[in-house]
Write a protein that binds this ligand. Structure first.
Ligand code: AMP
Ligand code: MG
Length: 469
């Protein structure tokens, strides 16, 4: 197997990372390999004989420049001055056939100087969860890191639940630059490094930007689009800490994330999110909060502080409008509106309120809207009938709303109970549910009669997700 590395992060100053190789594992075995992604990355996969040793870190591919990246971050609003890759190693970068530069990173590859109390490892459950969910997000058209490979290590990992099978994910990202990467240098007052980082981020992601404030504006726009896409698919990230907020605008870090079944604006899955800081409906606010932290970091470089503060404030204050516009465009499309207007917001909002009150399944309700099956999604059916009449009158003015809706509202999302089921099977050595789920989720807008579309029964509901990753 040949990986055509073209490494740029490793040319940045030593203060940005610690060079070290992955820690070898006992008995690597390949569980999954993403051939389509490998082709996009220009990797000559050939036969997959070497894949297990390469993607476990047991052998280093030619021209890799392995390193753990330094970063900091606000976790649940609390400042943590040093985080960094505690269990991940960046192998290097490749330039894909689409011309985009991407990182190839092993996650679960052993301890690093940033591991603190952690073991540097991951267990099979979260590795397969991230593999399936990140690839599903990609198929849904939501910007995301991707999964190239998953291996088991042949070693036990100790978590709350006891001994679990160890695994490593190969994650692919447009970069692993985070808000927290800027914060670490800003908080240390290392302005030279902050400038180097800013120039690097601009060149790599937003080459049209010519100043730190341009960068801020671009990241705000990308994050607004991203979070609106999450909202439109009922996705709850679960840990929107600043170290999990990617400058490139991709979804990163699939810890306790989940797609909602029944709609509720206050829905939280993560067992550690006691206050609901990262609840579904709070995600736009948090995105703005995170951008305020990026702004604060970037301001450290300003010559004229007052002017820069004014500009940064204006950029961050403009973000709720960007979020609102992206939200309206996406939810408008979900109910068949090509160019939603001001009044349409109320129409969408009243549907969401009905859904929340009536226990409606988020994905399936939008998918069947306009068919007789729609009212069956609700317990408050009379109220829904009234809404539907108003909506029907509104979409009568739209050209072909059905086609727009079918292309916007997926038939399939990775439902929690299916993911848990898939993990349980994989732990027992059965990869069939993983294959089945992955295959189905690759074409989420295609209608099939698969049972994967069905919301969980009472006894199948997964009430919480755990961070014990
Ligand atoms: P996360 O909550 O996954 O975004 O991780 C937050 C921080 O904890 C990052 O610096 C991770 O590298 C680190 N971390 C998470 N799990 C482990 C682990 N098992 N071993 C070492 N570091 C970890
Ligand atoms: Mg993280």
């Amino acid at each position: 197997m040949k990986i055509p590395f073209d490494n740029s992060y490793a040319t940045l100053p030593d203060a940005f990372y610690t060079r070290l190789p992955p820690t070898p594992v006992k008995a690597p075995a390949l569980l999954a390999f993403n051939t389509d992604l490998a082709i996009l990355l220009g990797i000559e996969a050939g036969d997959l004989g070497e894949a297990a040793t390469l993607f476990s870190g047991n052998t280093l591919p030619e021209n890799a420049a392995p390193l753990a990246q330094l970063y900091a971050g606000h976790q649940f609003g609390n400042w943590n001055p040093q985080l960094g890759d505690g269990r991940a190693i960046l192998l290097g970068e490749v330039i894909g056939t689409d011309g985009l530069r991407r990182d190839i990173q092993l996650k679960g590859s052993g301890p690093t100087p940033y591991s603190r109390m952690g073991d540097g490892r991951a267990w099979l459950g979260p590795v397969l969860r991230e593999y399936v969910v990140s690839e599903a997000m990609h198929a849904l058209g939501i910007p995301t890191t991707r999964a190239l490979a998953a291996v088991t290590t042949g070693e036990d990992i100790w978590r709350e639940q006891g001994a679990l099978p160890g695994a490593i994910l190969t994650r692919v990202a447009q970069s692993h630059l985070r808000v927290g990467t800027f914060q670490v240098f800003a908080h240390r007052g290392e302005i030279k490094h902050l400038k180097t980082l800013t120039d690097y981020a601009i060149q790599r992601h937003y080459p049209d930007a010519t100043s730190p404030m341009d960068l801020l504006r671009a990241v705000c726009a990308a994050q607004a689009e991203l979070v609106a896409a999450w909202m439109a698919h009922g996705f709850i990230h679960g840990v929107m800490n600043t170290d999990n907020c990617a400058i490139a605008g991709e979804t990163i870090d699939y810890g306790p994330c989940a797609f909602m079944d029944a709609f509720h604006n206050g829905r939280v899955f993560s067992s550690i999110d006691q206050q609901g800081r990262y609840a579904y409906g709070n995600q736009p606010n948090i995105a703005v909060w995170n951008m305020a932290q990026l702004a604060t970091s970037l301001l450290q470089m300003a010559q004229d502080k007052d002017a820069a503060v004014e500009e940064a404030t204006e950029i961050v204050h403009a973000m709720p409008d960007l979020l609102e516009a992206a939200w309206l465009r996406r939810f408008g499309a979900k109910i068949g509106l090509h160019a939603p207007e001001g009044d349409d917001r109320d129409l969408i909002q009243s549907l969401l309120t009905l859904m929340q009150d009536g226990g409606a399944d988020f994905t399936n309700t939008f998918r069947v809207l306009g068919t007789p099956a729609a009212r069956d999604q609700f317990t408050n059916r009379d109220a829904f009938d009234t809404w539907e009449q108003v909506w029907s009158a509104r979409i009568a003015r739209e050209p072909d709303p059905k086609t727009l809706m079918a292309a916007t509202n997926p038939a399939l999302i990775p439902r929690n109970h299916r993911i848990e089921e898939m993990i349980e099977a994989a732990v027992a050595g059965d990869m069939a549910p993983f294959e089945q789920l992955s295959t189905a989720l690759a074409t989420p807008f295609v209608e099939t009669d698969s049972d994967l579309h069905r919301p969980p029964n009472e006894n199948e509901i997964v009430p919480a997700t755990f961070c014990g990753t």
